[in-house]
Design a protein around this ligand. Structure first.
Ligand code: DC
Length: 230
């Protein structure tokens, strides 16, 4: 370790990684780093330029033009800046989820974003979530969690999340998107989604949010030997 603790949470989309990691981070005073947001920012840039999602050469050519910054506001929320513009809301649209999954399959995109993620972990106690945090980005993390749930349970949760933001969509469409991303994120050659050998598997299909949160907090206490902030 480098003087800071690192917790890696990997798993498929919609397993509750970000909401849970945010809660656990707040309870233990860690910084929550959402790495999916960085891939989404690249996906948004490609989408806005009208680049074919599968045109690897065009996406690679775009990278040098992208200034991607992660910033934290006064409430401690992570914001994503793309060439100076706050795109934190724009990257959440369902069509950008698909673009993010597509661009994240490219090794050049992953290499472009790797150092930015590692730098956060060198400078802070982090809980970082993504697909390859325990396997590639932070293989030395003190605690690795592989968080999963059935595709149907994840689609239901994603529907509720989108509805709360006023985005209307139907269950079948959300389930289709989730399955598409599961397949693509797991089947790709570059840093595919997989459970690290030393990761603890947490399946939240039958757990509610509070139960999942308690399970993760218990793991943090047990593995890191740290206590919650008062
Ligand atoms: O976690 P998310 O749904 O916001 O991530 C969006 C996409 O980015 C996801 O389909 C896969 C990709 N991703 C990745 O490849 N590696 C990460 N560490 C995080 C996300």
């Amino acid at each position: 370790m480098n003087g800071h603790y690192a917790i890696a949470i990997d798993g498929p989309s919609g397993a509750g990684k970000s909401s849970l990691a945010r809660r656990v981070a707040a309870r233990f005073g860690f910084l929550y780093v959402d790495t999916g947001a960085i891939y989404r920012t690249v996906g948004l840039a490609a989408y806005r330029r009208g680049i074919d999602r599968r045109d690897a050469a065009a996406i690679e050519a775009l990278l040098p033009e992208l200034d991607i910054q992660m910033a934290y506001n006064a409430q401690g929320e992570q914001r994503m800046l793309l060439n100076g513009e706050d795109v934190s809301e724009a990257i959440r649209l369902p069509e950008i989820s698909i673009c993010a999954s597509d661009v994240s399959a490219l090794p050049e995109v992953r290499a472009f974003l790797l150092e930015m993620q590692r730098k956060m972990a060198r400078e802070h106690d982090v809980i970082m979530d993504g697909r390859d945090i325990g396997t590639v980005v932070l293989p030395q993390a003190e605690l690795k969690i592989f968080l999963t749930a059935s595709a149907e349970a994840r689609a239901e949760r994603r529907m509720k999340e989108l509805a709360a933001k006023g985005v209307k969509t139907d269950f079948e469409a959300v389930l289709r998107d989730i399955r598409y991303r599961d397949e693509q994120d797991s089947a790709r050659a570059a840093a595919p989604l997989r459970q690290a050998e030393d990761a603890v598997l947490v399946d939240t299909t039958a757990l509610d949010f509070a139960q999942s949160e308690e399970r993760l907090c218990a793991l943090v206490r047990e593995k890191l030997g740290v206590e919650e902030k008062a």
